[in-house]
Ligand binder design. Structure first.
Ligand SMILES: [Zn+2]
Length: 282
C-alpha cells in the first residue's frame, strides 16, 4: 500500500500571480516553471500505484497563490475513492473561518493545508486558535509547508518548525504534518516531531537534493523517529516514481565510503506507511 500525503491541484498559471511566476523563473535560472497539474499526468508517473492520495491547493495572498477549495473538490471528484481533499485557508485574509467551515462541512474536505511563510503568519499566533480548536473538535489533520522558498516577500521565520512546538503543546490531539522535513531546518523538524506523539513530517520534494536528504534522514534515524516520517511527493514538483527511486538510491552515494547507511527496511516501511490510520483518515 502506498499513501501519497502531499500533492497539489491547481490551474496553472491562472491561480498564480505574474510576480510569483517571475520569481519562479528567477529561481529556475530562466524559463517558466511549469506547474501544470492533471490526474492523468500524476497517474502516468507512478501515481497509479498510490492507493490513496491527499490533494490540496494552497492560499497565500502575500506570495500570489490562491486556489479555491471548490477547485480542489472538483479535482477530487474525478476519483473520489482514491483522492482525499484538504481545504486551505490564509488566516491573514478576511473570511478565512467561514471558508474553513464551508470547506469541511459543505465540500467534505478531510484536513487543512497551511502555507504560513507564503502567506506571512505564524502557526502559533493567537488568531489561529479557532483553527486549531476546530481541527481538534473535528479530527482534521493539518499539513503545513515547512522549509524554504524562492518567494522574496515570504518571511523565512514564519516557516520554522519550532513554531509548531507550542501549537502541539496546546492542541496535542491535532495530527500535524510538517512538510519537507523543514528543509533546510530539518534539525528543528526532527526535534519537534520527536517530542510530540501526534506531530509528523513528510519527505516530499527532497530527493532531488540527495545529499541533504541523506543528512536529514540520518538525523531522523539517529533520533529514532523513522515512524514519524510520512511518504509524499509534492506533485507536480516531482512524481511517485522519481520519489521512490530517489529515496531508495540514497545509499548508493556512499559507495566506497565508511559513512553510515540509511536502513533499507525503514525506507521501505516509510513508502508503505499506513498514513491514513496515523492521521485518523481511515
Ligand atoms: Zn507542496
Amino acid at each position: 500500500m502506498i499513501i501519497d500525503v502531499h500533492t497539489h491541484a491547481w490551474q496553472y498559471p491562472d491561480h498564480f500571480t505574474d510576480d510569483f511566476r517571475a520569481q519562479g523563473r528567477r529561481a529556475k535560472g530562466g524559463g517558466d516553471l511549469d506547474l501544470t497539474v492533471t490526474l492523468d499526468a500524476y497517474n502516468a508517473t507512478g501515481g497509479r500505484h498510490a492507493d490513496r492520495v491527499v490533494v490540496f491547493g494552497g492560499k497565500a495572498r502575500l506570495s500570489g497563490l490562491w486556489v479555491d477549495d471548490d477547485y480542489v473538490a472538483a479535482y477530487v471528484a474525478q476519483d473520489p475513492q482514491r483522492l482525499i481533499g484538504f481545504l486551505s485557508v490564509d488566516p491573514t485574509q478576511p473570511g478565512w473561518q467561514a471558508e474553513m467551515e464551508r470547506g469541511h462541512q459543505q465540500l467534505g474536505m478531510k484536513g487543512i493545508k497551511l502555507l504560513s511563510m507564503y502567506a506571512g503568519f505564524y502557526p502559533h499566533e493567537e488568531r489561529l486558535d479557532p483553527l486549531w480548536q476546530y481541527a481538534t473538535d473535528h479530527a482534521l489533520p493539518v499539513l503545513l509547508h515547512t522549509g524554504t522558498t524562492f518567494v522574496a516577500q515570504a518571511p523565512i521565520d514564519c516557516t520554522l518548525p519550532r513554531h509548531l512546538d507550542p501549537v502541539a503543546t496546546r492542541f496535542p490531539d491535532v495530527r500535524i504534518i510538517m512538510a519537507h522535513i523543514g528543509h533546510p531546518y530539518e534539525g528543528e523538524a526532527v526535534v519537534v516531531a520527536r517530542k510530540h506523539p501526534n506531530v509528523y513530517t513528510d519527505l516530499s520534494a527532497l530527493h532531488y537534493r540527495p545529499f541533504q536528504l541523506y543528512q536529514s534522514l540520518m538525523l531522523v534515524q539517529e533520533y529514532g523517529i523513522w515512524p514519524k516520517v510520512l511518504f509524499g511527493t509534492d506533485y507536480p514538483f516531482t512524481s511517485i516514481d522519481a520519489s521512490i527511486e530517489g529515496l531508495l538510491g540514497l545509499n548508493r552515494m556512499l559507495d566506497g565510503t565508511a559513512l553510515p547507511r540509511l536502513q533499507e527496511t525503514q525506507m521501505q516501511a516509510c513508502i508503505e506507511r499506513d498514513t491514513l490510520d496515523l492521521l485518523r483518515l481511515s
